[in-house]
Design a protein around this ligand. Structure first.
Ligand code: CP
Length: 331
């Protein structure tokens, strides 16, 4: 029985924030990047490298044989859902996949989030949830006795994406300290940007944010960067920063987040990375994107060795294998 299972039920009350991972990952919820220290990150990245080696060598292991993962996605997903399912499968465990739309679950009959979570934890050892409302993963964790992993909560956070993003930066460039990081596109609603920017505050980096006025980085994230005394610039024009950055993190303008679609139409095509723009970039830099893309990176950039977004996507599976093994006490 895990520490979390020993805890008293909370009778439906919301409780606090997921704690720091001071005592490791075992039995912990993974809700926010604010839980991580640099030591936690080094540990989990080391495990992810081992997972990559296992997959390349033999494809799978039985480390989590007998364990069950429930994947419940109230929002669309390809990478997060598929990589968690692949991760659990390659570790020898099994999956309850509620990922093809919760309309096929009892949510469509009006079942609440807490009751859905209580149901799934009766069958599974760990739950990954994606939900359109910010804070929903924490609410799920407050009700659950089994560990909850946040697979994206509205415009809030996407911590496992930030972990795989940072893992990719280290793998590609060999370091994080001293890097100049450009983030482009939907910085306001982009939960991957919020989580990665917060995680990068643990390092000595310089930030360059590129967006239209209505998609600027939220003040709370900007304040967190300022509290860490990290250099930061904001501009509307990607050509102003492209020659300076070591990491260019491009994001999709998310139509689904706009209440007023005319505002979306105004900004949807502002940024398109092309081979011509890449001519001004450093020889050793990387282009990243959490994906999916809908036009903000030209397909002609894909063959550029600096285009790291497909390698980044693959890293997601190794990182999520590491996380599942660590939270279930088998890393
Ligand atoms: N990066 C990411 O979260 O992709 P999906 O929406 O496909 O899961």
């Amino acid at each position: 029985m895990t520490d979390k299972q020993n805890a008293p039920a909370n009778n439906g009350k919301k409780v606090g924030r997921a704690p720091k991972l001071d005592n490791g990952f075992y039995s912990q919820d993974i809700i926010s990047v604010s839980q991580f220290t640099r030591e936690n990150l080094e540990y989990i990245f080391g495990v992810a490298e081992e997972m990559r080696a296992i997959v390349k060598r033999v494809g799978s292991t039985d480390l989590l044989k007998g364990s069950v993962l429930a994947c419940v996605f109230y929002e669309p997903s390809t990478r997060t859902s598929a990589s968690f399912i692949a991760a659990m499968s390659r570790l020898g465990g099994t999956v309850i996949p509620i990922t093809q739309g919760v309309q096929f679950s009892s949510v469509s009959k009006g079942e609440s989030l807490p009751d859905t979570i209580r149901t799934l934890e009766s069958y599974a050892d760990i739950i990954v949830i994606r939900h359109p409302e910010m804070g929903s993963a924490q609410i799920a964790a407050d009700y659950a006795r089994k560990p909850i992993i946040n697979g994206g909560d509205g415009v809030g956070e996407h911590p496992t994406q930030a972990l795989l993003d940072l893992f990719t930066i280290e793998e590609e460039l060999g370091r994080v300290d001293g890097l100049n990081v450009g983030m482009v596109g939907d910085l306001r609603y982009g939960r991957t940007v919020h989580s990665l920017a917060r995680l990068l505050c643990l390092y000595d980096v310089q930030f360059n944010f590129v967006s239209p006025e209505i998609l600027r980085l939220p003040l709370d994230v900007m304040n967190e960067i300022r509290n860490h005394d990290l250099p930061v610039s904001e501009t509307y024009d990607v050509s102003e920063i492209i020659s300076d950055v070591d990491v260019l993190y491009i994001t999709r303008v998310q139509k689904e987040r706009f209440a007023d679609l005319s505002q979306y139409e105004e900004v949807r095509d502002l940024y398109v990375l092309t081979p011509e723009l890449m001519e001004d970039a450093k020889e050793k830099m990387i282009v990243m994107h959490p994906l999916p893309r809908v036009g903000e990176i030209s397909y002609a950039v894909d063959s550029d060795p600096r285009a790291a977004y497909f390698r980044q996507m693959e890293n997601g599976m190794y990182l999520r294998m590491a996380l599942l093994a660590a939270v279930l006490g088998k890393a």
